[in-house]
Write a protein that binds this ligand. Structure first.
Ligand code: CTP
Ligand code: MG
Ligand code: K
Length: 174
């Protein structure tokens, strides 16, 4: 989940420039996606997420011996090179789909839409990975992992958004 969760903060850090919707409006005369969804954010956000995942794979054999005895081995997630790409890329696709619906509901770019803003990336990451590597997703993500992820996310979401605001990378602290 770390590569998926970091994709959006990295998009905020390196994003900007040409918006994915090229500034165009939808039938309702509102932006299709808005200026908050850019090609640079999508590309660098997914790329950085994948690099973080590679780093995890490299570090895992060195960390695992220290975890043995402390945590239930069934909680250790094996890796998949497909998921390494689909988790962060899917996360940002989920974020884009959410923005499409946010615009249709009349929310401006950056407006807060609780729950959707926090869970968009989880839905996107899991759906895309389910489509391309269902075996890995179903083998590793039990209901308990899903519950843990959903409980932990709001904490990180708040922390990262405040950090992004303080760094001047976000206009609002959410
Ligand atoms: N970002 C980007 N490209 C993406 C996703 C994010 O450039 N594909 C950058 C944008 O600068 C964006 C910031 O990361 O403003 C924060 O992302 P997010 O909170 O997802 O976007 P919002 O600005 O809140 O826009 P929206 O209301 O559409 O979610
Ligand atoms: Mg936002
Ligand atoms: K988001």
């Amino acid at each position: 989940m770390i590569p998926a969760g970091l994709a959006n903060p990295f998009a905020a850090l390196f994003g900007g420039g040409t918006p994915i919707d090229f500034g165009k409006n939808f039938k309702d005369n509102r932006r299709i996606l808005g200026d908050g969804k850019t090609y640079r954010g999508l590309i660098f956000g997914s790329l950085c997420g994948t690099l973080i995942g590679l780093l995890q794979i490299l570090l895992a054999p060195h960390i695992a011996p220290y975890l043995a005895g402390f945590i239930d081995p069934s909680l250790l997630v094996g890796y998949s090179y497909i998921a390494l790409i689909t988790m962060p890329f899917g996360a940002l696709l989920g974020d884009i789909v959410k923005s499409f619906f946010k615009r249709r509901l009349g929310f401006e770019r950056g407006a807060m839409l609780p729950i959707a803003d926090q869970l968009d990336f989880v839905a996107g990451a899991w759906v895309l990975t389910f489509l391309l590597d269902p075996e890995w997703l179903l083998a590793n993500f039990t209901i308990w992992v899903a519950i843990a992820v959903i409980l932990i996310i709001p904490v990180f979401h708040v922390a990262f958004n405040i950090a992004g605001y303080k760094l001047g990378k976000k206009d609002v602290p959410w």
